[in-house]
Design a protein around this ligand. Structure first.
Ligand code: SF4
Length: 337
């Protein structure tokens, strides 16, 4: 649907794309140290005074849902489950009218313990990051020996009814790309929905190497050595993942080809960082400050107006293939998936 730039209603950009899916980063901190995301010592975390309070987050989500046409809310991080108020924030958002669909992207640590409370609070489903089934490799990739806790988190989410439980896997050449078939077999055996994601240039170290990235085409070739993949008849819409039925279905597998098969033309996402900045795109180099306006007493109309203005200027796409491409200063860990 296209919409004209207006002073009310939905978040539309100059290409006519309408944002319906709000990604909210609850913290920039994380309890893992994935090598493709941040250094072993972590990062200079956002100061507490910069972080939105639980009430401020709920207010901004309320503005987005009630005034800006947002129908999907995804909580991300860093690692959202380490935020003490996560269950309360989910409950408050689930109480909004109209009620948005609520999901959460997590590394799975602590999910087994929190899943029942999150479900009771109104969380609908989860995406869990898992790049390997080998405990030693997990410890090398994340610098923490916690594979068993992630697997317990997946099982806990399924048991609590946070379904479909989706798994996000990033494959890296010569690191874990040999595990694609095993990861799919694991997901099929447990009823999880697996999506492979091309590694994106969003790491804090700015060490992304396109040659080391495993492309969507390569992932499909590898999977087809062990599985019969047929196009999924389900309508994709603005969903990042292209999906295939596995061995005739109904199980499916997804591939998110952010770099080699960009889906920016149908993008329906807007992002709010843990320190109250609107990012029109994952790869945006500009941000719009809502925290300052909010703390200066802006009313909901003003917050909504600023959010619309921020989205109107959204670029056509990530521009990774553009010679002028510059990796955003803010790392993925402070943006969220
Ligand atoms: S890169 Fe930006 S425009 Fe493209 S799909 Fe992601 S958020 Fe949307």
């Amino acid at each position: 649907m296209t919409a004209a730039r207006g002073t009310d209603g939905v978040l539309v950009d100059r290409y006519g794309r309408v944002a319906r899916d709000l990604r909210v980063s609850l913290t920039d901190k994380c309890n893992l140290r994935c090598t493709y995301c941040m250094p072993a010592e972590g990062l200079p975390w956002l100061a507490g005074s910069q972080l939105l309070s639980d009430d401020e987050i709920v207010r901004l989500v309320r503005v987005a849902v009630r005034r800006l046409g947002i129908t999907e809310v995804r909580f991300t991080g860093g690692e959202p489950l380490i935020r003490p108020g996560v269950v309360g924030i989910v409950a408050a958002v689930a109480g909004l009218e109209p009620r948005p669909r609520i999901s959460l992207t997590t590394n799975g640590l602590g999910l087994d313990r929190l899943a029942p409370a999150l479900r009771a609070a109104g969380l609908d489903r989860v995406n869990v990051s898992l790049d390997t089934l080998d405990a030693g490799r997990f410890a090398r990739l994340t610098r923490r020996d916690r594979l068993a806790d992630v697997l317990a988190g997946l099982a806990g989410a399924a048991a609590a009814g946070l379904t479909p439980v989706k798994i996000n896997s990033v494959l890296m050449r010569g690191v874990n790309d040999d595990e694609a078939p095993a990861l799919l077999r694991f997901a099929l055996a447990h009823g999880y929905e697996l999506r492979f994601i091309e590694q994106m240039p969003l790491d804090a170290q700015h060490g992304w190497d396109r040659a080391a990235m495993v492309t969507a085409d390569e992932i499909l070739v590898t999977l087809r050595t062990g599985f019969d993949l047929t196009p999924d008849p389900a309508v994709r819409g603005a969903a990042p993942a292209e999906t295939w039925l596995v061995d005739g279905g109904p199980a499916r597998v997804g591939v998110i080809g952010s770099v080699t098969r960009p889906f920016c033309g149908d993008c329906d996402r807007t992002r709010l960082t843990a320190d109250g900045q609107v990012r029109a795109c994952l790869f945006a180099s500009e941000e719009s400050d809502l925290r300052g306006a909010l703390r200066a007493g802006a009313d909901d109309d003003e917050l909504a107006r600023r959010w619309r203005a921020a989205m109107w200027g959204k670029r056509a796409g990530h521009g990774i293939d553009d010679p002028t491409f510059l990796q955003p200063a803010r790392p993925m860990s402070a943006i969220g998936g």
